[in-house]
Design a protein around this ligand. Structure first.
Ligand code: GLA
Length: 720
């Protein structure tokens, strides 16, 4: 809900408030982002007045505004909001307020929208700002910059920021690489700029999709946290800038390459959405992202199917008989969607050839893929297929006949990566080639699902004789997805990019699942899925049970650990089941059944995590919206500081309710010492209150490293 009183705007979402002061002729200032302050109209004006800072020593002679679009022309000497010029002139932009008003949005997720029009008449540049507070409590903004003059206007950078208070003293952001995404790093928030940049032409394995600052020692359930995400699948930067005048700004921007955006008369450049999430603890920050994604118009209300993906089962070795058998084994353990990964199209016997030639390789699949699709559907499963639409191998018919389809600087081709180049999606012929090929297969095979991959960085990505093209390529990628969705509304898309290198909020507007990592090792996935899962809810996060020896690392894990790790998300299997023993297959069937029982809870509830002092324990749970049911996964990712570890708390339950608490799955990694019994409650469960579970906890049995337990808490009756 939004309200205004004489130019002070209040935008409310779920337990979050943004207050904007638009009373002057300058760019409006955000004077509050955090909990609702409960101020009346008088109180708001007083609060806005009181939030104007003192003029600093040796500063400009009027208070420096701390505006949504940081305003260098009025003395803001941090990174400016808009950097641009006309052939080297007209750099000194000064935007002034033309209008600010509340408006409605077509997106029903928006609780309150402020629309601000800004203009610099001298430079003939105007800007249009949207600032939304969403029902989820997320905040987001985006700016369009327009050239109102006649000469071209070059846009170098457009940054948007949200204010964070000085009591935020720590940063939590994420690094990563192929097969090791979402690696948390923490450090002090000190004076200066700390930024995370992605120049991969895709979101990147190292993208900090959660960029959080907070009060000292903030954790999952403690402290205050202000987090941002630059929702963009191309080059981007997210930053926090602390100045020496009491101001700190948390912001984001698209990184524009030299000359990438030059606006002709009347043209506009629009930034990505920069999202902010405020919460008490990381859990609340994450819940806001989850609620937002669950409210997408394309969010699937249907149960999320158990997937079998062929990649680590057969790789490029597509022998039809083997793939048919794999499908039969998959159906027998309860798989609901069979996905044929890389290797099915012309010349694709290895990574070195074939991308771009999206016709079925008849030397491998002499009758095409229709018989396999029919076999899969005959077994009661959906059929899905892998594509890497934005790529082209130099060794392909497409590249041989259309060398001009390769993105490059003009005078040389970029270095190959994974033996491939990037297809220029802004070239209408190349776009139509790939769009029509995908659409043809969707129609012909009645595909339910596409795994959409993107396996290299963009390097020297230019077109038309040397114009930087990452911005346009990113928009063309979105357009391609939108086109396909318009024609095939039921087709589901998984966003994969060498694992988790394209998992941002903007691609999630157009996809139904992400592939979080090419590393299926449960030990690594405990951490990757935990942290990726702060912004991505479990039903959108693909996690698979691999073979007993993880292909990425060589570690060997029990099936129970692999299964308990994967089933907390959207469960899949990526294992050559033809090699699995009868015992394994029977146990696997049991885990698939358990997932099917749990998924209504897992895929609709609130994700909670516990701040346990022993870093060897990874504790995640999902609590039903009415708090009547919950499941917790507790994994030992190393030997414990304590063995037994002592009590673990199970957070998020209704403190006043009585719960039945018990182990919900075979716990073969529990350690029993010298024949002595496990904690008294373990064998038969316990009845106790949510308060007791959340505050005091239950004694956990000792766990061998790389093992897990699942605990279910079910409300039995209200107490008090
Ligand atoms: C990428 C994906 C994998 C697999 C291969 C196929 O690495 O992340 O899951 O699809 O490509 O080449």
């Amino acid at each position: 809900m939004g309200t205004t009183d004489s130019g002070v705007f209040v935008l409310d979402g779920d337990d979050v408030q943004v207050i904007v002061d638009a009373r002057s002729a300058e760019v409006p200032r955000i004077v509050h982002w955090g909990r609702p302050l409960g101020l009346d109209a008088d109180g708001l004006r007083t609060f806005a007045d009181a939030s104007v800072p003192q003029i600093a020593s040796n500063s400009v002679d009027s208070p420096v505004p701390f505006s949504i679009v940081p305003d260098a022309s009025r003395g803001w000497n941090g990174a400016p909001g808009v950097e641009g010029h006309r052939a080297g002139s007209d750099f000194a932009l000064q935007l002034s307020l033309r209008s600010a008003a509340l408006d409605t949005a077509s997106d029903p997720r928006v609780a309150a929208r402020l629309v601000v029009d800004l203009v610099d008449d001298d430079l003939a540049v105007s800007a249009h700002l949207l600032l939304d507070v969403l029902h989820s409590g997320l905040v987001r903004s985006r700016l369009s910059v327009r050239n109102d003059g006649t000469a071209p206007y070059t846009v170098d950078a457009v940054r948007l920021g949200l204010p964070v208070p000085t009591r935020a003293t720590e940063v939590l952001d994420f690094a990563g690489r192929h097969m090791r995404e979402a690696q948390a790093q923490r450090h002090a928030l000190t004076v200066g700029t700390h930024a995370r940049e992605g120049r991969h032409g895709r979101t990147g394995h190292d993208a900090s999709l959660l960029y959080a600052v907070g009060t000292a020692g903030f954790g999952f359930r403690r402290g205050e946290v202000w987090a941002a995400q630059t929702a963009w699948s191309g080059n981007h930067r997210t930053f926090v800038e602390r100045q020496t005048n009491g101001r700190t700004i948390l912001g984001g921007e698209e990184i524009l390459l030299p000359g990438e955006v030059v606006l002709a008369a009347g043209e506009e450049y629009e930034t990505p959405w920069i999202y902010g999430s405020y919460g008490r603890g990381i859990d609340e920050v994450g819940t806001r992202f989850h609620r937002h994604l669950r409210a997408r118009s394309r969010h699937r209300a249907t149960v999320r199917p158990v997937v079998l993906n062929t990649w680590e089962a057969v790789y490029f070795d597509h022998e039809p008989g083997a793939v048919f058998d794999l499908a039969s084994s998959a159906a027998a353990v309860g798989v609901e969607r069979f996905v044929l990964d890389d290797g099915w199209f012309l010349g694709r016997r290895s990574k070195q050839a074939g991308l771009g030639d999206w016709t079925v390789d008849r030397t491998i699949w002499p009758d095409g893929l229709r018989p396999l699709a029919d076999h899969v559907r005959g077994l009661g499963m959906e059929f899905g297929l892998w594509f890497e639409p934005e790529m082209i191998n130099p060794d392909s018919d497409a590249a041989r006949s259309h060398p001009e389809w390769i993105l490059g600087a003009g005078h040389r081709n970029p270095p190959t990566s994974r033996y491939q180049q990037v297809l220029d999606l802004q070239n209408p012929e190349a776009y139509a080639h790939v769009r029509d090929a995908i659409a043809g297969h969707v129609r012909e095979l009645d595909l339910a699902f596409i795994k959409w991959d993107h396996n290299r960085d963009l390097i020297d990505a230019g077109r038309e004789g040397g114009r930087a093209a990452v911005h346009g390529q990113t928009l063309a990628f979105y357009r391609l997805l939108d086109d396909l969705h318009a024609e095939f509304p039921d087709l589901e898309i998984e966003s994969c990019s060498s694992g988790g290198a394209r998992s941002d909020l903007e691609v999630l507007e157009r996809s139904d699942r992400i592939w979080a990592s090419d590393c299926i090792d449960a030990h690594e996935r405990q951490r990757i899925d935990l942290w990726t899962g702060v912004t991505v809810p479990p039903e959108l996060l693909g996690s698979h049970i691999g073979s007993d020896v993880a292909h990425a690392t060589g570690r060997r894990h029990r099936l129970s650990y692999r299964a308990m790790t994967a089933l907390m998300s959207n469960l899949g299997i990526e294992w050559d089941l033809r090699e699995a023993s009868e015992d394994d297959l029977e146990a696997l069937r049991g885990w698939v059944d358990l997932y099917k029982q749990l998924r209504p809870l897992l895929h609709n509830g609130d994700v909670v995590r516990s701040d346990h002092p022993d870093p060897s324990l990874s504790i995640r749970g999902v609590v039903a919206p009415d708090r009547g049911d919950a499941v917790f996964s507790i994994a030992a990712v190393a030997t414990g500081v304590g063995a037994p570890p002592g009590a673990v708390t199970l957070p998020g339950l209704d403190p006043t309710a009585l719960y039945d608490v018990r182990s919900a799955a075979p716990a073969d990694g529990v350690l029993q010492y010298n024949g002595h019994p496990l904690p008294a409650w373990w064998a038969s469960g316990i009845r106790t209150t949510g308060e007791a579970l959340g505050h005091a906890g239950v004694q956990l049995p000792a766990l061998a490293p790389d093992n897990a337990v699942l605990i279910r808490a079910t409300r039995v009756q209200e107490v008090r």
